[in-house]
Design a protein around this ligand. Structure first.
Ligand SMILES: Cc1ncc(COP(=O)(O)O)c(C=O)c1O
Length: 500
């Protein structure tokens, strides 16, 4: 379909598909309630196995020029709409993974299509500036309208980046500069520091560290990798820093049955955090900052209580460590709060909050005191992308106007409750069902069964993702509604019932 035609259809809603059983169709979804998302399809439609023949052909072609083993299937983004991802073989799947949790308001949202069509926005999409030196006239205003309109409590400074790793990497640098400036007090940078930094030696390159958690994921660049501990595949063969790694709580479910055990588990981890801070100080590898995800995502959807995070925040404060909350995956509303750390209900929850994915641009919010003290210290050529800020502003409008954060609470309840019911019915296949908003997950008995469940569900028309060793994670868009949850639960019930 030409993009003009797609655009017309999106705007005039001509695309409301009637669910026609196509000859050779292996599976047609059970009837779903009429969609409330007017640009959505009304159910999955499967024509082949996934990956189908066209996807396989394209995989072969791509494999000739790069390792394409991670590719699941090839997509037709023109035809994808709302919660439905269409592949190159014409399969239409309900997408509960949404491009690794990065699509905020569904595929081809009419509000974004309209934005792109407005002539006054054209130059923002065509001309990518080096924002740090040559920003457009409206740059500060656009940041105020977009990112700053959802700034976490107490963080009024913003810097944009291009991806999650890049955001954490630069947040680490901001922490180290802040820490060193605190130590320097009023004295100037010495000649020795200027000379030694050029040969990777202290005092110019101080032996500071960032404390992170086992199971955490903060990206794949070199600095971030030192704080990433989710899977060996990310880390193997890469030199790294000697930075402290604390255990992250491993909670037992259902939470109400294991209150005491879980409290003890969290206390054990917090004690270890303090011990490590002291130990690393003695080793002369001062912990300048702590990085933590509100829900460890890639590492297996590991949650901890609000109390755990409050205490952790207080430990950081007590030891003079910056507190960096990585909301790259949790940010943007799917947990039922715009920022997952809002659940902690703290006056001063973070010094720095990093984001990317659903926020469309990477970057970080920070307190005034973390402002770089000179130009070019936190810098790269693009520093993000103004067209993404423009799109984000529209995304935030849609989120606010349509109450999509509350929708995540509501749809999340349906999904969570449904998963608990399935878990009760199929305890040999599901355990530890957990979640906040639609940010849900459960554990399969092992990696092999988890992967098989994902593949079989996909062939029945719903896309899921894995996390950690044996979890399945749910990361739908914010326009995922109750009826999508019910539709998915029906499909998944069939998969579990037939599972061999
Ligand atoms: C919590 C978290 N931090 C950082 C990253 C890295 O982001 P990116 O892949 O955009 O570099 C991810 C990516 O999944 C993430 O989930």
């Amino acid at each position: 379909m030409s993009s003009m035609l797609l655009t017309r259809q999106l705007i005039y809603g001509l695309q409301q598909s009637s669910k026609i059983a196509v000859p050779g169709c292996r599976y047609v979804s059970q009837a779903a309630a009429k969609t409330a998302v007017d640009f959505d399809y009304d159910g999955p439609l499967m024509k082949t196995e996934v990956p189908g023949p066209r996807s396989r052909e394209l995989m072969k072609q791509l494999s000739e020029i790069q390792n394409a083993d991670a590719v699941h299937f090839f997509c037709n983004y023109e035809e994808s709409r709302g919660n439905y991802l269409v592949d190159v073989d014409g399969n239409r799947m309900l997408d509960l993974y949404s491009q690794i949790s990065s699509i905020p308001i569904g595929y081809n949202h009419p509000a974004l299509v309209k934005l792109l069509q407005q002539p006054q926005n054209l130059s923002t999409f065509i001309n990518r500036p080096a924002l740090g030196i040559l920003p457009p006239e409206n740059f500060a205003k656009k940041l105020e309208d977009s990112l700053l309109s959802v700034a976490p409590k107490g963080l009024n400074q913003i810097i944009t980046m291009s991806c999650g790793s890049c955001s954490n990497e630069n947040a680490f640098k901001s922490i180290f500069m802040w820490y060193r400036n605190k130590e320097r007090g009023n004295s100037c940078v010495s000649k020795e520091e200027l000379e030694t930094c050029m040969i990777n030696q202290p005092p110019g390159c101080p032996d500071y560290s960032i404390l992170s958690f086992m199971g955490g994921f903060h990206g794949r660049t070199l600095g971030c990798l030192a704080a990433t501990h989710s899977k060996p595949v990310h880390k193997l063969d890469i030199p790294t820093f000697d930075w402290p790694i604390a255990p992250f709580p491993w909670l037992k479910y259902p939470l109400e049955d294991f209150v005491k055990e879980n409290e003890q588990e969290e206390a054990r981890c917090l004690e270890e955090v303090e011990d490590l801070i002291v130990k690393y100080r003695k080793k002369k590898r001062i912990v300048a900052g702590i990085i933590v995800e509100p829900i460890q995502s890639e590492g297996g959807d590991n949650h901890a209580s609000n109390d755990f995070f409050k205490k952790l925040r207080n430990i950081a404060r007590k030891h003079g460590c910056a507190f960096l909350v990585d909301e790259v995956q949790t940010g943007g509303g799917s947990t039922g709060k715009f920022w997952a750390h809002e659940y902690w209900d703290m006056e001063d929850p973070a010094d720095i909050v990093t984001f990317s994915k659903k926020m469309m641009t990477g970057g970080f919010f920070h307190k005034n005191e973390f402002r770089p003290d000179a130009p070019y210290r936190i810098f790269n050529t693009w520093l993000g992308e103004p067209s993404k800020n423009l799109m984000l502003r529209e995304v935030i409008n849609v989120i606010k106007n349509e109450g999509l954060v509350n929708n995540a609470v509501q749809a999340g309840k349906v999904l969570h409750k449904g998963l608990l019911e399935l878990q009760a019915r199929y305890p040999h296949l599901m355990s530890r069902t957990r979640g906040q908003g639609t940010f849900c997950s459960f554990d399969a008995p092992n990696d092999a069964i988890r992967n098989k469940l994902i593949l079989q569900t996909r062939n029945k028309g719903a896309v899921l993702g894995g996390s950690g060793e044996r979890s399945i994670r749910f990361r739908p868009t914010l326009v995922f509604k109750d009826h999508h949850a019910n539709l998915f639960l029906n499909i998944f019930n069939d998969v579990l019932a037939d599972f061999k």
